[in-house]
Ligand binder design. Structure first.
Ligand code: ADP
Ligand code: MG
Length: 273
């Protein structure tokens, strides 16, 4: 199957990127070391579009035999297929993700290959890089994190659990003022939409983020959770307990000295107001 976003069709034609093979044959200057898994692999590269009116680049993800199986896809399907579906589903709900440009898959010599291309979000940086930026005043970070908490809440309220909610998969729009939020979600291969969103599912995403972003500990975690629980939902207490439990459990498993993170007071947000 193949999907081409009609909004980019003309631009892709100008760059001779109109079929699977054109994307598949792009130079393999990997943006990150490709992941190898059993007999398959998955890699990401960035490609400028010099013929675009404004500076534009694509993130092109390519994979081979990097499949999942499910009752609807018993023969296996590329994990990018899931990400493709979730990019459409999130966009439909006005949750910011990079614009989808192309998705395609094929079989070659019994191996499944897939390509997923999105527009590189210009002016954004990862939440991790943003947190590490010492030129941003702490007050501005607090305000923005409250908004970021609200945006993660929106994702969850639509019953999506990201399941790889790390600082590198949250992109912050640096060009917007702090009170605008401006958060984009990326890497949706593991994202799932549940029939019912529970405090346990919410806590699992949030604890994952707090645990992997030590820069959030000591106050910013509370700003984020205050935004997430801005309307004091009835399950707030349950959520905070679950987050605390998860952080405690994972920290216990980690050998001592291996940087404990958010932990301790992450789950005790300031009372709002
Ligand atoms: N559309 C995009 N805009 C900006 N950065 C992106 C975009 N897509 C991917 N990236 C960058 O590439 C990295 C790898 O992409 P990701 O979707 O996480 O692939 P993988 O499944 O290999 O982890 C991300 O962590 C991010 O830094
Ligand atoms: Mg990733």
């Amino acid at each position: 199957m193949e999907f081409i976003n009609p909004a980019y069709q003309e631009l892709l034609a100008r760059h001779r990127l109109l079929d699977f093979n054109a994307f598949w044959s792009l130079p393999e200057d990997w943006y990150e070391e490709p992941n190898n898994r059993r007999r398959g692999w998955s890699g990401v590269s960035i490609h400028r579009l010099p013929l675009a009116e404004e500076a534009l680049a694509l993130f092109v993800k390519r994979q081979e035999n990097h499949n999942f199986r499910s009752p609807t896809h018993p023969g296996g399907r590329p994990t990018f297929y899931k990400e493709f579906r979730q990019l459409l589903a999130l966009k439909q709900r006005q949750i910011t993700t990079p614009p989808l440009v192309y998705y395609g898959e094929r079989r070659r010599h019994g191996r499944r290959q897939a390509v997923l291309a999105t527009i590189a979000l210009a002016g954004y940086c990862s939440l991790d890089a943003w947190l590490a930026d010492k030129s941003i005043p702490a007050g501005e970070k607090s305000d923005r994190l409250e908004k970021i908490g609200r945006q993660i809440r929106k994702l969850h309220d639509h019953r999506f659990q990201h399941r790889a909610l790390y600082g590198k998969h949250l992109l912050v729009n640096r060009e917007l003022p702090a009170d605008a939020g401006g958060l984009a979600f990326i890497d949706l291969e593991k994202t799932r939409r549940w029939p019912l969103m529970t405090a346990r599912l919410r806590a699992s995403d949030l604890a994952q983020l707090l645990r992997h972003s030590p820069a959030l500990s000591g106050g910013f975690d509370r700003d984020l959770l205050r935004g997430y629980c801005h309307d004091r939902p009835p399950w707030e207490e349950k959520l905070l307990v679950r987050i605390e439990e998860r952080l405690a459990r994972k920290n216990r498993r980690r050998p001592p000295g291996e940087g404990s993170t958010a932990g301790q007071d992450a789950a005790t947000p300031k009372a709002p107001g």
